[in-house]
Design a protein around this ligand. Structure first.
Ligand code: NDP
Ligand code: BG6
Length: 491
């Protein structure tokens, strides 16, 4: 049986060939750009249950055609019209409020009617609620779903997919978890961090735990520093309202980058099931000391003549001190990582788009080949997935002197015609398969916020001013000196 067939079988076992996907916030950015295109690709690859229905729900008044136009907009121009038509036939739109019983009664009626029309039997009336919504409305929607829109028979399942950010600090996250717990069990809840669905992030475990070549050096005896970097070449234009409330650390560092770090740093799990993996992630996160202000550099972009600065955005409050760039150093207090800085860096409006992990090894001991470069392992998550190990090799020809070169695995070259699934496609598939491995467990969140909350509060209370950097540059000029302090060498 092919791997794809096995996946289909698990979806069938879990959902018995039937499901209704309710996409809350269907009028929004995420739904249009990610959720619907991912559902389309699952449909195209025949991975949705045989009888599926997709219901977009939001407050905006959209007629059916206008909604379908939005759905199709980001699917891709080269897609076959017949497949697009087949997919849009599954999609409908309902306008309603997020906190009103009447709206949710109507939602339940619409779903039940569609289930009847599709001849759904007990065990097939599964409901997957996807919250493509700002966090401020998660709880209202979860309460209404729980009260009025759950699956109508006991054999069918309910699943709720929640987007990040999960709270703003330890306290608000704890409050959100506490209030959601009576509504949906941990087993029914899928907290998405879409970085966990990215191909190279999913490759960290196989790289570390299926190669005897690399695992013995993965510790403080051999590794000097680890940098996890996320650069985006665009600003927060149009998203200023959301962004200013959260800032770069809460937007991507406390979640996406920390998730990558926990996979890089955790111990080998006892198995590959969700709980074994998440147990190890929690364990290592609990060993991370809360970040201290001395280990922090924050920045905010200013205009460059062509592109506006952060404060030029009308949706941003005047004089905001919100960080659009941050570098933070995390220390893991355990035997494997004692003394190794994990430097997390993220910024908007930088010089390029890049997400990568850069592991820098200790200096080559002795002076046999005096002055040779250190080794590095680089895992580039995007764009263009690649893993390369920088190593020293004799310069070919009439010289003995080593030169730095690379053992390079560029995915596009090695795996020709490979279609790497988008993170959302892979994660929605996991939701259907009931696999929590790539979702965030409640105690992971608690451990993650414990690391960031004190320093975030300190930055806010002391009104620490971010360093300015020009749109389209590498970030604040202080960055180079900052990373040097932790022994990082530019090779
Ligand atoms: P949007 O701002 O586009 O909001 C989605 C929809 O929610 C809107 O169309 C609107 O629909 C409704 N909405 C917006 N603001 C409010 C409000 N204050 N109260 C009630 N309803 C509101 O957000 P995104 O789609 O960008 O993001 C949704 C979630 O996904 C967020 O949690 C975000 O962090 C997360 N996310 C987003 C990514 C992206 O690329 N956009 C990537 C990763 C995560 P209507 O008014 O019609 O009801
Ligand atoms: C989201 C953040 O979670 O991730 C955005 O809210 C960011 O600010 C986005 O741009 C990046 O995702 P990706 O997949 O484009 O790297």
């Amino acid at each position: 049986m092919s791997n794809l067939d096995k996946i289909k079988n698990t979806v069938d076992e879990q959902l018995n060939g039937g499901a209704t996907f309710v996409i809350f916030g269907a009028s929004g950015d995420l739904a249009r750009k990610k959720t619907f295109p991912a559902l389309f690709r699952l449909y195209k690859n025949n991975l949705l249950p045989k009888s599926s229905s997709i219901l977009g729900y939001a407050r905006s008044h959209l007629d059916h055609d206008a909604f379908l136009e939005r759905v199709v907009e980001h699917i891709g121009k080269d897609e076959d019209k017949k497949t697009i038509d087949g997919f849009t036939k599954l999609c409908t739109y309902l306008s309603g409020q997020y906190d009103e019983d009447e709206s949710f009664k109507k939602l339940d009626q619409v779903i039940s009617k569609s289930e009847d029309e599709r001849g759904m039997k007990s065990g097939q009336k599964n409901r997957i609620f996807y919250m493509a919504l700002p966090p401020s409305v998660f709880l209202d929607v979860a309460k209404e779903c729980h009260k009025l829109a759950l699956a109508s028979d006991e054999k069918s399942v309910n699943r709720v997919v929640i987007e990040k950010p999960f709270g703003k600090d330890s306290e608000s996250c704890g409050e959100l978890l506490k209030n959601l717990r009576p509504l949906f069990s941990e087993n029914e809840t899928y907290r998405i961090d879409h970085y966990l669905g990215k191909e190279m992030v999913k490759n960290i475990m196989p790289y570390r735990f299926s190669n005897t070549l690399f695992s013995p050096v993965w510790n403080s005896t051999h590794i000097d520093s680890v940098q996890i970097t996320m650069k985006e070449p665009f600003g927060t234009e149009g998203r200023g309202g959301y962004f200013d409330e959260y800032g770069i650390v809460r937007d991507v560092m406390q979640n996406h980058l920390l998730q990558i770090m926990s996979l890089i740093a955790m111990e080998r799990p006892i198995g590959r099931d969700a709980e074994a993996i998440r147990d190890e992630k929690v364990k290592v996160l609990r060993c991370v000391k809360p970040i201290e202000l001395k280990d922090v550099l924050i920045g905010q972009y200013v205009g460059n003549g062509e592109n506006p600065g952060y404060l030029d955005d009308k949706t941003v409050p005047k004089g905001s001190l919100c960080a659009t760039y941050a570098a933070m150093v995390l220390w893991i207090d355990n035997e494997r990582w004692d003394g190794v800085p994990f430097i997390l860096k993220a910024g908007k409006a930088l010089d390029k788009a890049k997400v990568e992990v850069r592991v820098q090894y200790k200096k080559v001991p002795g002076s046999l080949y005096g002055g040779v470069s250190r080794n590095e392992t680089v895992m580039r998550v995007q764009p263009n997935e690649v893993i390369y190990n920088k190593f020293n090799n004799k310069t070919p020809g009439l010289t003995e002197h080593p030169m730095v070169t690379e053992m390079n695995l560029t995915y596009k070259e090695r795996f020709k015609n490979l279609q790497i699934p988008d993170a959302y496609e892979s994660l929605i598939l996991d939701v259907m398969r009931g696999d929590h491995s790539n979702f965030v467990r409640d105690d992971e969140l608690d451990a993650a916020w414990r690391i960031f909350t004190p320093v975030l509060h300190k930055i806010e209370q002391d009104r620490i001013k971010p360093e300015p950097y020009k749109y389209g540059t590498r970030g604040p000029e202080q960055e180079a000196r900052f990373v040097q302090r932790y022994g990082v060498e530019q090779l």
